[in-house]
Design a protein around this ligand. Structure first.
Ligand code: PEP
Length: 249
């Protein structure tokens, strides 16, 4: 049985009061025990979030991290710093980090390695641009986005990996991939894991979909065979919308 996961990526949103208020609202809900709920507040509020959710089953994620534990890297946050405030889960490879901060397959390989060495759980994001899909290159592109950062890992390290397929053209645009497009890509991804590792590992990996998921489309997307949950951006900032999405899985 694969773990079902709904993760909210709050990006650069919510000040201190808004962060606390949304966390308190989420704490008041009892979600099904079959679904793992995670939230990724901004860096500056991670400590508050970790403290508020210390004895709660909602997990807190960082939205990014450096691959070194310390050094002259102004503005960066290290695995060790996150660990010291009780955070051991991180999103890596989000398309906004790739686009605006030039993250590449090679820099992500370093981050994944560091995250695994520090015993982090990782939501690894990847996805094609619309132009890649229009040229029919989306499957090759996804294969390359996974190959360099992940396919050198030993199978044991994969228990720390959650995959999140996020077509760039569907992020924050209101444009969702159709359930068929999502299933087609998720099944392709599971197939790649089978080829590079084995059936058992492929059948254990949770693969999330992200890209304009809302309560009105979540049920259909989550009902696809190879979809194990969602990485939710905009809709995770709205308490009742996020709860409806969690309840739809
Ligand atoms: C995301 O940024 O990971 C995301 C899926 O955003 P949205 O849900 O707003 O498209």
């Amino acid at each position: 049985m694969r773990q079902k996961i709904i993760a909210g990526n709050w990006k650069m949103n919510n000040d201190k009061e808004e962060t606390k208020s949304l966390i308190n609202s989420l704490k008041s809900i009892s979600f099904s025990k079959d679904v793992k709920v995670m939230i990724a507040p901004s860096y500056i509020h991670l400590s508050d979030a970790a403290e508020m959710l210390k004895d709660h089953k909602i997990d807190v994620l960082a939205q990014n991290m450096h691959f070194l534990n310390n050094g002259a890297y102004t503005g960066e946050i290290s695995p060790q710093m996150l660990k010291s405030i009780g955070i051991s889960k991180v999103i890596l490879g989000h398309s906004e980090r790739r686009i605006y901060y030039n993250e590449t397959e090679n820099s992500l390989k370093q981050k994944i390695k560091a995250a695994i060495e520090s015993n982090f759980e990782i939501i690894f994001c990847f996805g094609e641009q619309l132009s890649d899909r229009k040229k029919g290159k989306h499957f090759d592109l996804i294969k390359n986005q996974l190959k360099i950062p992940l396919f050198h890992l030993e199978s044991n390290s994969w228990k720390r990996i959650i995959l999140a397929y996020e077509p760039v053209w569907a992020i924050g645009t209101g444009e969702t991939a159709t359930p068929n497009q999502v299933q087609e890509m998720h099944s392709f991804i599971r197939g790649l894991i089978k080829q590079n590792y084995n059936d058992d590992l492929a059948n254990r990996i949770s693969i999330l979909y992200g890209g304009s998921v809302k309560s009105k489309n979540s049920k259909e997307i989550f009902s696809q065979d190879d979809v194990d949950g969602g990485l939710i951006g905009g809709a995770s900032l709205d308490f009742s919308e996020f709860v409806k999405i969690i309840e739809s899985i």
